[in-house]
Write a protein that binds this ligand. Structure first.
Ligand code: BGP
Length: 468
């Protein structure tokens, strides 16, 4: 068989963003407040979620709302064929429970899609990216309430109808598995007196699964060309040592991630999760017909974010650990970013193999990149560290496609233009090929500058991944 040394001809190259980290204009043209709009900017993750720090980040973002034409022209100059973005739920339904959408909100995204179309850039739209309406949290208790399913499906259906012919790639929920880590913005629910935190989380997630399946159903009914994907944060979990206990702990943690894809791709709850529910007396309300819905409308593809791998050890599992809640134990074999995220390009190949071999559906890497501090000198940014990171990850994808036979169809690197960090609200943690003059304290002109990585990525796309 002929060995193709580059990526497949139809491979989609681009970048990824999210409305709340990019758009700004948080209360313009009828937009309502979302769960993220009350958060602050702080290097400390807990402070951000506890309201310490200043509030500018999502309120102004990088002002894409008013500058999208300039930004899309820059994406086109890099050669993007796909652009991942999300639609702010609160622009379309400011409170979330309305029947009639806000026309100004819908019109904004029409304009963005039209601009992308000018350059033949496909939009890849996340329907909900950490930005549910605050009203749904305050008045309905967030996703633990079954009514959220109807509100979400109404929102999604409104989008499918309105953007028919303009958008065909959709993701239902950003990093659905982050509910375990940042429930405040992921499910907007917490346990009331007498409720168990974990039970509430699984109940909320069950509602999201049903909502995702019903949205997939509607997407197909409205336009059969629609392709719908799930989206998870994926970091393969390595055992910290070859001790069987560590291997087993790592496997258990790995299975926790597959729970989400098992339900959304296979269409049913895996036995290990049902056993866990029984063992821990977790009872969730699965209504009659729900199982049929999950089975009937699985997603078409899996998309995931990949930044780093995890490590796990039996001894430290559940106890005070040296690592970080999201990333696990420190892996002595890997370097780390300024924010302590391990740098592991081969881990991306591991991730691609694991997901493809388990599910055999097309994959998209919809987030990947290096959050780093950039220095500007005479309007130039020499981000060779970012180029090195990206290069190694592009090579890992190429190996996974060519040597391992993985059906990877798209790559959208995270924060292709500098934007507000989701975890900390900072601007200092930059991922972009395009620098934005904006700083943690809210100062800066918002001017855009091309980094060295801009020209590097342009070359990668131009050569379809042959020249990295
Ligand atoms: C993912 C989110 C993104 C993004 C990214 C980087 O979890 O989907 O929204 O921000 O992580 O994280 P951070 O911004 O905290 O560096």
């Amino acid at each position: 068989m002929k060995q193709n040394k580059t990526f497949p001809d139809q491979f989609l190259w681009g970048g990824a963003t999210a409305a709340n980290q990019l758009e700004g204009a948080w209360n313009e043209d009828g937009k309502g407040p979302s769960v993220i709009d009350g958060l602050t900017c702080s290097r400390d993750f807990t402070e951000r979620f506890n309201g310490v720090g200043n509030k500018y980040p999502s309120h102004v973002g990088i002002d894409f709302y008013h500058r999208y034409k300039e930004d899309i022209a820059l994406f086109a100059e890099m050669g993007f064929s796909i652009f991942r973005m999300s639609i702010a739920w609160t622009r379309v339904f400011p409170k979330g429970d309305e029947t009639e959408p806000n026309e100004a909100g819908l019109a904004f995204y029409d304009a963005v899609f039209d601009e992308l179309a000018k350059y033949n850039i496909e939009p890849l739209v996340t329907i909900s990216h950490f930005e549910m309406p605050q009203y749904l949290v305050d008045h309905y208790g967030g996703w633990k309430n079954r009514q959220l399913v109807d509100f979400y499906v109404h929102f999604a259906t409104t989008l499918f109808e309105r953007y028919k012919g303009k958008v065909r790639y959709w993701l239902t929920f950003n990093e659905i598995n982050m509910a375990t880590f940042i429930p405040q913005i992921s499910i907007g629910s917490s346990a009331a007196e007498g409720e168990k935190e974990e039970e509430v989380m699984y109940q909320a997630l069950h509602h999201q699964f049903v909502a995702s399946a019903l949205a997939t159903k509607e997407a197909k009914l409205i336009d059969p060309v629609n392709q719908v994907g799930c989206m998870i944060a994926y970091a393969p979990v390595y055992p910290l040592s070859a001790k069987p206990e560590d291997v087993f702990t790592a496997q258990q943690k790995e299975e926790e991630k597959h729970f989400f894809t098992d339900v959304q791709v296979r269409g049913y709850y895996p036995d290990n999760k049902l056993a866990y529910f029984a063992e821990n007396e977790i009872h969730i309300n699965i209504e009659q017909g729900d199982e049929e819905i999950l089975a009937a409308y699985p997603v078409d593809f899996i998309s995931f974010s990949y930044y780093s791998s995890n490590a796990a050890s039996f001894e430290k599992s559940g106890k005070e650990s040296t690592g970080n809640a999201m990333l696990g134990e420190k892996n002595p074999h890997l370097e780390e970013s300024d924010w302590g995220w391990t740098i592991d390009p081969l881990g991306l190949r591991v991730a691609l193999n694991t997901l493809y071999n388990r599910y055999q559906v097309p994959l998209m890497v919809v987030e990947n990149g290096l959050g780093a501090v950039d220095e500007v000198e005479n309007d130039e940014i020499h981000d060779d560290y970012r180029i090195a990171y990206m290069k190694a990850h592009v090579e890992a994808m190429r190996d996974a496609i060519i040597k391992d036979g993985v059906d990877l169809v798209a790559y959208t690197s995270w924060g292709c233009i500098d934007l507000v960090s989701a975890g900390t609200g900072e601007m200092a943690k930059r991922y972009g090929f395009i620098y934005v003059d904006r700083h943690n304290d809210g100062s800066g002109t918002l001017k855009r500058l091309k980094k060295d990585s801009f020209y590097w990525y342009q070359k990668v796309i131009e050569s379809n991944g042959a020249d990295v």
